[in-house]
Design a binder for this molecule. Sequence first.
Ligand SMILES: *Cc1c(COP(=O)(O)O)cnc(C)c1O
Length: 394
Amino acid sequence: MYRLGQKEIDEVSKVIKARKMFRVGDPKTGHLQEANRFEKEWAHTIGVKHTLLLSGGGTAGLMAGLAGMGIGPGDEVIVPGYTFMATAAAVLMVGAIPVLAEINETLTLDPRDVEKKIGPHTKAIIPVHICGIPADMKTLTSLARKHKIKVLEDCCQADGGSFKGKRLGSWGQAGAYSFNDFKIMSAGEGGALVTNDATIYERASIYADSGAAFRPYAGNFTMPVFLGFQFRSTEIMGAILRMQLQRLAGMLADLRRIRARFIAELKDKPGIRFAPSNDPKGDCGVVVSFQFESEAAARAFAKAGGIGGWLPIDSGKHVYSNWEPILTHRAGHHPDMNPYRMPKNKGLRLDYTKNMCPRTLDILKRTVYISLHPDWTKAQIRARIEACRKAGAS
Ligand SMILES: *Cc1c(COP(=O)(O)O)cnc(C)c1O
């Protein structure tokens, strides 16, 4: 979905010519500081103090965010039943237990179900801005404040999106992004964590750098350096993403313009109903989403000629009922490092069933997405819209 070209080639070639691919280095020796510069630029874009650029993807971003919040065994974290499995997996990777909640018609986390599911061990909520669709961050953050729990935004499919004029990732205490090959910005792989919170940033920085103890800035840490993973980005990743960031505003503008065209031309047409949106202006425009009364009606529309629609219920690892390793408690490489077997997690909500979020499954079966492309021509857009109008009327 991302755009890619000569700018990325030029910047990567500068890094290679400088022979400085490791992100830690002195600018006086010709080190280009690409990872550092991207981190500053991304923090500025999102409107937060700190960014941590990571190899290891959005999954590493989520893990670092949870670790930064001090979440671990004995804690529950609420995640929606509709998200890529990595959201729930990241919770398990820090030793905590994911508790599943329903989505509503907006396809994002349902605040009313979240409120019902907050329990004595709940430490955080992870709203997911799935397919670039903003979750209701106002209601979710006020709910979290009321219950004194934290919010980590999963912005992996929503690089650059916003809710009520404020960027996604800046509403919660922290936000995670992915730059893998399927996202709005890409370096092939990669991820980031953002936060305004100095403690989250510091703990996440240590967690994500196995060599944190040996860094020139280690003396500035306020907490003793513990052992972490190796999620450091390369300079090449930083160089590519700086150029991807330059393309972001144009891409989002094109995607949003196309999405708005679908809505303007099809609203009130027979047989057409769009999924409600928490903020159509902040939506990234990755998809346009239609909803129907039944799965049969949704499938008929998706399959109609020229539409190229698809049902989110068919998106495999994005639907909790397909999360086999989680449903069957296969987490951790060793039995004693499996959070489902950890003594501190005894008494938490460990068990799942395939039908535990029935509303989520129902909505995913009645929704049709059309994936939008920012480089569609006027004729391509017109043809799709016309196909939708025809299918709705039939
Ligand atoms: C892609 C994605 C992730 C994980 O990102 P990786 O870069 O693959 O680790 C997490 N959550 C959601 C919603 C995603 O789409």
